[in-house]
Design a protein around this ligand. Structure first.
Ligand code: PHB
Length: 397
């Protein structure tokens, strides 16, 4: 009995030693490809005024991955999802949970610029790869640019710059602006003011309300009294739906032209119905863009999700397309960060918006279209700015 126990113990010791040796052996001969799944952290809004935007991005991101065989660089994917509630105060904790607890390889998010600013700081501090599929905070791809931070959407000032030019060309003399008071709205309005005034117009009043408030009545009363030639706004999601309806309910759509960054009418037309008809907006996408990729994308999205895609879906799709290029270049080996980043920097994506490349700060270079709402469509009626690219704004990459 005693000897039997001893020999059992011996077996245990040998097994433990073999296991340790095995670990050493494994560590010493790393496989050609990292084992296991690539972990993707989706940090997006799934509740609140931007909920639909988060869902569109998620749907289309997964669609592009599915079209790629469900893999990135040959590796299966595991998703970790956090509802960021478009709340900047919760952003550092949410991003840290994905990085530290879930150990994601890549962060994808988000919609709200304030949340994205906090998220990109966490990504920079941890050197985690981040792909932003919406939030346009100019700084992120400007002075705060980083090798590990990419954006497949736009920067906030771009839409304003484009619409300011168009309104100046239309010889509008006075404008009132209205937006939620945070980076996205401020930068969108800033872009509009810059080009509108350079073209001879004057912004006579800049109005704003806190995000995500939607009590617009007092602002509409003020606009009616000011009687500008045009009103430029930045609103999106549920807030955009309500603003366009309230503008029409106040009768202002009959007297003062309303224009905006294209988010005002994107993914919202079903809910806005007649109240949105004829609105002019500027955006890097339009439903009917006549290119093969857009047609294929729209058909695949509608088939998979039984609803029409919007600009947010395009941006989510392109976030996955960009990662596919990067991960293919390193065959899914995320430790080859420099090679991965280089491949993403040089990516030439076939986006539903048209050909897509990134500038030095990792922000899209793309056309900004002038669109007009006709029925349930944001119809492209012209190119407001061709191949718009941001100035470096102090980006040192
Ligand atoms: C932003 O906060 O950057 C933002 C949010 C919603 C949009 C566009 C930009 O539709």
């Amino acid at each position: 009995m005693k000897t039997a126990l001893n020999s059992l113990r011996r077996v245990g010791v040998i097994a433990a030693a073999a296991a340790a040796a095995g670990v050493l052996l494994y560590a010493g001969t790393a496989p050609a490809q990292q084992p296991g799944k690539i972990k993707i952290g989706l940090m997006l809004p799934y509740t609140g005024t931007f909920a639909a935007l988060g869902t569109s991005i998620t749907n289309a991101f997964k669609l592009a991955i599915d079209e790629n065989g469900g893999k990135l660089g040959g590796r299966e994917i595991e998703y970790f999802t956090v509802d960021d509630e478009s709340d900047p105060a919760k952003a550092p904790d949410n991003a840290n949970k994905l990085i530290k607890r879930d150990q994601v390889d890549v962060l994808v998010g988000t919609v709200h610029s304030g949340v994205a600013l906090a998220m990109s700081k966490v990504a920079r501090d941890n050197n985690t790869l981040l792909v932003i599929p919406n939030a346009g905070a100019d700084e992120i791809t400007g002075p705060l640019c980083a090798a590990n931070v990419f954006r497949t959407s736009f920067s906030n000032s771009q839409m304003g710059i484009a619409m300011g030019r168009v309104m100046a060309e239309q010889k509008k003399k006075t404008a009132v602006t209205l937006t939620w008071k945070y980076a996205a709205g401020d930068e969108s309005v800033g872009g509009f003011k810059e080009t509108f005034e350079a073209g001879g117009g004057k912004v006579i009043k800049e109005l704003s309300l806190p995000f995500p408030q939607v009590e617009f009545q007092s602002y509409l009363t003020e606009i009616a009294a000011l009687k500008p030639d045009v009103v430029y706004v930045f609103f999106a999601g549920g807030g955009a739906v309500k603003f366009v309806k309230d503008y029409a309910a106040a009768g202002l759509n009959k007297t003062i032209p309303l224009v905006g960054a294209g988010f005002l009418t994107d993914g919202t037309l079903e809910a806005q119905g007649d109240t949105a008809q004829g609105l002019l907006t500027t955006l890097h996408y339009g439903d009917g863009l006549d290119n093969p990729k857009n047609k294929a994308f729209r058909a695949a999205y509608a088939k998979a999700f039984k609803t029409e895609p919007d600009v947010y879906a395009v941006q989510g799709y392109d976030a996955a397309q960009l990662l596919i290029v990067g991960m293919n270049a390193v065959k899914g080996d995320t430790t080859k960060r420099a090679e991965l980043v280089k491949a993403m920097e040089g990516a030439k994506l076939d986006s539903p918006r048209g050909p897509l490349a990134l500038n030095k700060g990792h922000n899209p270079i793309h056309n900004i279209y002038l669109r007009k709402v006709e029925g349930k469509e944001n119809k492209v009626i012209g190119v407001a700015v061709k191949d718009l690219t941001d100035p470096p704004r102090g980006c040192k990459l």
